[in-house]
Design a protein around this ligand. Structure first.
Ligand SMILES: NC(=O)c1ccc[n+]([C@@H]2O[C@H](COP(=O)([O-])OP(=O)(O)OC[C@H]3O[C@@H](n4cnc5c(N)ncnc54)[C@H](O)[C@@H]3O)[C@@H](O)[C@H]2O)c1
Length: 399
């Protein structure tokens, strides 16, 4: 193996952040970039190796050789086929969210990782922010006791200008995506802190009148979701998906049997820790507010999303170099995709409960291998599931 990991980048818009982060590590180099947008390519050139190659076609880039790992920052709904293509060429995959948009893709992704034995990791950055990392250390100390309930909120409304920048037209994934699909920022930190896996889901989506940020001609969609995940330890986690109501903010809370912990509403670096006054652990107080020192003094301070972009990349590099299984491996990635997919179905079916497939088990996977329902356009140009309760296809069929 070369002394540096030779990275390729697919999608140089969000990908620009990861290109910059690679430059903070001395054991990586960015040797190839693919994007149809010349402006996006220009924006990452300063982070590339001297002899880097640039492509408009993804397969051409993968076939060019000399690539150890690919970072997938292409469109939200097109990650799984791109990941599988790379894995089958023996290239490790670091994939932006969401990992897969159908249950069939989840199954195919798990099988591809098992067949190729190549490294796959979801590039989910929010768990690696300062506050959630403090909560993980605290939960693992066992002072709080067993988690029984948790909240994860990702609330990100946008101004009309910002929305238009990120959503250039009405067919773009951000214009058609139900909010449940963008769930990893609300669920993944809770899974990382507690180690719990989702086993069932119920959801109701929140609708509102058309907002100023929607594009002319855009379908009326939900502005958030109340998703309830039953976890494999019996706890219930309540998450939002991508909510667009006000006010903006990211928030995590753990409710445990001895005490609780939550990030502050206006500062994800600080954590409020509280105990029932009859079981405060030795040397602790009933209530304290702690500034997390996770990652202090490191290059992470220059990175986006509260340092999360740096630490998630650090975890991938560590997994690659030391042949470790990353926390957000293909099974956790597939389970989170399934929560997003089935929460949307639940919402379209009056909050009905759906079981999350056990993606470790080939017998269970077989039940879902032909489930291709999706609100996103598929390779044949079809949409097979409603994108809104106001979508005409919601009235044509029963799902
Ligand atoms: N984790 C985070 O904090 C975070 C933040 C922003 C975006 N994202 C994720 O990053 C991904 C990309 O989002 P984005 O904000 O960059 O917007 P985007 O999806 O509009 O941009 C995708 C980029 O990939 C290029 N691209 C897509 N398909 C291509 C193809 N077949 N050939 C060549 N180029 C292609 C586009 O030209 C564009 O530059 C999404 O999955 C999104 O969820 C994550």
């Amino acid at each position: 193996m070369a002394d540096k990991i030779r990275f390729a980048l697919f999608g140089a818009k969000r990908g620009e952040s990861f290109a910059r982060i690679l430059s903070y590590f001395n054991n990586t180099e960015l040797v190839a970039v693919c994007d149809v947008s010349k402006d996006s390519i220009e924006s990452v050139k300063e982070f590339c190796s001297e002899d880097a190659r640039f492509y408009e076609d993804y397969e051409d880039m993968l076939n060019s050789g000399g690539i150890d790992a690919v970072i997938l920052c292409n469109y939200f709904n097109e990650h799984a086929p791109a990941a599988i293509m790379a894995l089958k060429k023996g290239i490790a995959v670091f994939s932006e969210t969401i990992p897969a948009v159908t249950l069939r893709e989840c199954v195919e992704l798990c099988r591809a990782v098992e067949e190729t034995n190549a490294l796959y990791m979801l590039a989910e950055n929010y768990p690696y922010m300062k506050g959630p990392m403090y909560m993980k250390k605290l939960y693992e100390s066992k002072n709080l006791g067993k988690v029984v309930y948790a909240d994860g909120e990702y609330v990100h409304p946008m101004s009309a200008d910002k929305y238009e920048y990120y959503t250039p037209h009405t067919k773009h994934w951000r214009a058609v995506m139900p909010s449940t699909y963008y769930l990893t920022h609300s669920l993944a930190p809770l899974m990382h802190i507690t180690g719990a896996m989702p086993v069932a889901v119920n959801a109701k989506c929140v609708y509102s009148d058309k907002t100023e940020w929607e594009l002319e001609g855009e379908l009326k969609k939900d502005v958030g979701a109340a998703i309830f995940c039953e976890m494999d330890n019996g706890a219930i986690f309540h998450i939002t998906g991508w909510a667009k109501y006000a006010p903006h903010g990211t928030w995590y809370r753990l409710c445990c049997m001895n005490g609780g912990a939550e990030t502050l509403r206006n500062d994800t670096n600080r954590v409020r820790v509280t105990y029932n006054d009859w079981n405060v652990p030795n040397k602790e107080s009933t209530e304290s507010i702690i500034l997390s020192n996770f990652g202090d003094g490191s290059a992470a301070n220059k990175a986006g999303h509260g340092g999360g972009d740096y630490w998630v990349m650090n975890e991938f590099i560590d997994a690659f170099m030391n042949k470790k299984e990353p926390f957000f491996n293909v099974y956790k990635a597939a389970a989170m995709s399934a929560v997003g997919i089935l929460a949307w179905r639940s919402s379209m079916n009056s909050g009905k409960e759906y079981k999350i497939p056990n993606f470790f088990d080939e017998q269970d996977r077989k039940k879902y291998e032909n489930d291709m329902l999706s609100p996103f356009v598929n390779a044949q140009g079809e949409v097979t599931y409603p994108r809104s309760k106001y979508d005409s296809i919601a009235f044509e069929k029963e799902f």
